[in-house]
Write a protein that binds this ligand. Sequence first.
Ligand code: 3HC
Length: 283
Amino acid sequence: MADEISVIGPGHMGTGITQVFLQVGYKVILVGRNKESLDKGAERLRTSMSKAIKKGSLNEREAEHMLNNLHLSSDYHDIENSILVMEAVSENLDIKTDVLKNAEAYVGNNSIIATNTSSIPIHKLGNGLKNRKRFLGMHFFNPVPVMKPIELIVSDETSEQAISDAKKIIDKLGKTAVMVNDYPGFIANRILMPFINEAIIALEKGAADKEGIDTIAKLGFNHPMGPLELADFIGLDVCKDIMDSIYAETGNPKFIPSDMLASLVKEGKLGRKSGEGFYTYEK
Ligand code: 3HC
């Protein structure tokens, strides 16, 4: 029988994570708050799987098999046989802490509990747990089906067993685990967010137009997307939240979100998902 994994949170990251686990043969319990959020998540997953089929990384038979291995649930009792619980809910300390505590109450003692946080310190998220030895961070990158690395974030309390089990699972996904300590912003966002923020400041100060700034990064640094295009792709609210979180941890003013980023978020211009950020998008 296929090993079971639970993913809590049927949002953009949660459904991407669900897809990659299903793709390598796991049975996945996707847990959401209610039927509406689960239905939306299932729709998002089907759209993403169609893209994978178009790209040739998946065929129709495999897709059918994957959907047979997917179970949607809003009942935590269903996670009890999972070898790994992946928390992928909103990037908010209280919400995540609550979900993790709930998950711990239902899941078996030997299962790994992992968070997909992009910037909240692991030691803070683990505060509400009774057994922090099997708790760690597995930070997937967006778009999950395409991006190879996973930041494997461990605290002083994470056991060697949990680390080794998590590495085996990441290997099975065909992804690359990068061991990272519980450092503010970890590695990815500690580097990426000041880069994006600086590009926004350059735009704000009139150093170049948005296309110019993005072209420099694409042609000059060989990045697939420029920083402003990437910020729109990630979500400007997500970028701001990450900057706020790193600033709260470090107190270093270089992590204060730029005025332009803060105002765009305030105006509801969040990038691709809202139809407008630095660029405009068809919804
Ligand atoms: N399953 C599902 N979707 C797939 C797929 C698959 N196997 N293969 C491709 N796709 C999707 C792509 O995501 C893209 O989606 P979109 O329609 O929403 O843009 C679409 O299919 C087209 O893919 P292509 O490969 O044909 O298109 P591109 O060559 O334009 O590549 C891209 C798109 C992969 C997004 C590329 O532009 C890229 O690599 N961009 C940079 C992404 C990046 O830097 N991500 C890291 C963000 S930071 C992060 O995640 C950390 C977080 O904490 C903020």
